[in-house]
Design a protein around this ligand. Structure first.
Ligand SMILES: [Zn+2]
Length: 455
């Protein structure tokens, strides 16, 4: 049985509205602006050389925090308009919150202390440097980071409609880039294309679905990614928070997608944590509540829909809420819906705190719902995970702790790949298995072992 990472990312900085994205992650505006101006907006100016000096992707890890600080300072020194923009952003933060990192940075000298005081700024910048590389190099890095993993399933993102910003690379362009990556690393990478109902409404649902269909039928994509924390729900968008204009259009755009996915055997992964990257922090994350999937999955038209609720509600939610957590809700729903899955993306298992608490709670949950053994899937959420120091150990640590909780080789294999292969339709006569067999044949690419083994 292959080992599958059912939830990864290989997008780069030009695939995202980066300022909007970082703000949605709760970083201060001035950090978002620094990253935006320095690494996206200003590439091509003086800062490009500084970036080139930052070395190859493999050298990134060796760079000390001091190197990164020096790089930021160098960029600020040589690009005064960024300094001015930064000052404006900090003033704005001060206005909004009544507090800020410091009131005046007209002199870049003290900036060094600001940056080192901001605990994660260096890690963030290091991570963003990784994101300046091409999708191909980022994908190679992913494959190299987890050598034991046979197949990676990167999720595209499409959040332009929800943040005050726009990604430089259009969605069709991103699909074309990823198809190149698929062909460069045959058998290793098969992505999910993003679908955003707001974009679909704006550009026309038929056109949006045609793009999905083309990616699945002709370009080696194997599923669709949804991101409800931006501000929409799987069903009943009249209740979405914050309120939507024309909510019934969102319901229609999503139902049209679900129909296509059922007809063609296309799995869907939907972000599912109450907190995290929300377009409206503290509010729109609630739209990802597993409850809102109940109506969809109860509809007999959609009972064959393969759905993965990514992150399983998040481990903080499980630790804090116990039996009221989203993980418990999802597990209860798994008993009702045969094609409902969840993944381990970005679970905080790298350090004993909160790992020990988490696995204690997870063991209780598995005892109450043994169905999890056939629905719980391994996924890293790399390169979001790459911001953390020992992210390379994610597979090793998760595997070790899972084995302690659930015994037996079959259970282990299901967790690491078997459940994912079923979710993905990569089984005998599965639609994705058939499509990929055709894809490899038409493009004259070697068929990977995991596909040959399906038979
Ligand atoms: Zn993710």
């Amino acid at each position: 049985m292959p080992i599958v990472d059912v939830h990864a990312h290989v997008f780069n900085i030009d695939d995202l509205p980066i300022k909007g994205f970082i703000e949605a992650h709760g970083w201060p505006t001035w950090i978002a602006l620094l990253v935006d101006k320095v690494l996206q907006g200003a590439t091509g100016s003086g800062s490009l050389n500084a970036l080139a000096d930052a070395g190859s992707i493999d050298e990134l890890d060796e760079q000390s925090d001091e190197d990164i600080e020096d790089l930021i300072l160098h960029i600020l020194d040589t690009t005064p308009e960024i300094l001015a923009a930064l000052q404006l952003a900090i003033d704005h933060d001060l206005e909004q919150t009544g507090q800020g990192q410091m009131a005046n940075i007209a002199d870049p000298g003290p900036l060094k202390s600001v940056i080192s005081n901001f605990k994660n700024a260096n890690d963030l910048v290091k991570w963003v440097l990784l994101l300046t590389k091409t999708q191909k190099r980022i994908s190679r890095r992913l494959v190299k980071t987890y050598k034991k993993i046979d197949l990676f399933v990167p999720m595209m993102m499409d959040i332009d409609g929800w943040v005050d910003d726009e990604a430089p690379n259009s969605q069709p362009h991103q699909v074309a880039i990823l198809q190149n990556v698929i062909d460069e690393l045959p058998g290793k990478i098969h992505p999910f294309i993003a679908y955003d109902p707001r974009r679909a409404i704006k550009e026309g649902v038929a056109a949006a679905l045609a793009r999905v269909d083309d990616a699945i039928e002709n370009r080696g994509f194997i599923g669709v990614k949804l991101y409800p924390p931006m501000g929409y729900r799987a069903s009943n968008n009249a209740e979405a928070q914050p309120p939507l204009v024309d909510p019934e259009k969102y319901d229609d755009a999503l139902r049209a997608l679900f129909s296509l996915c059922v007809t063609k055997g296309i799995p869907i992964t939907a972000h599912c944590t109450p907190k995290g990257a929300e377009a409206t922090p503290g509010i729109s994350g609630q739209n990802a509540n597993p409850e809102f999937w109940r109506e969809t999955l109860s509809n007999s038209d959609f009972s064959d829909l393969h759905l993965n609720l990514a992150h399983f509600g998040g481990i903080e939610n499980l630790i804090e809420e116990g039996k009221d957590s989203w993980a418990w809700k999802i597990s209860a729903m798994m008993k009702d819906f045969a094609n409902l899955y969840a993944d381990t993306g970005h679970h905080g298992v790298l350090e004993s705190d909160p790992r020990d608490d988490y696995f204690k709670k997870l063991a209780e949950l598995f005892a109450a719902y043994p169905v999890l053994e056939s629905r719980f899937m391994f996924g890293t959420d790399w390169h979001m995970l790459a911001r953390l120091d020992n992210h390379r150990k994610f597979l090793k640590i998760y595997r070790r702790h899972y084995r302690r909780m659930v015994d037996g080789d079959t259970a282990q294999q299901n967790f690491l790949g078997g459940n994912a292969m079923r979710f993905l339709g990569l089984v005998k006569d599965g639609r994705n298995a058939q499509r990929l067999a055709t894809y490899y044949a038409t493009r004259g690419l070697p068929k990977p072992d995991w596909l040959t083994d399906i038979g």
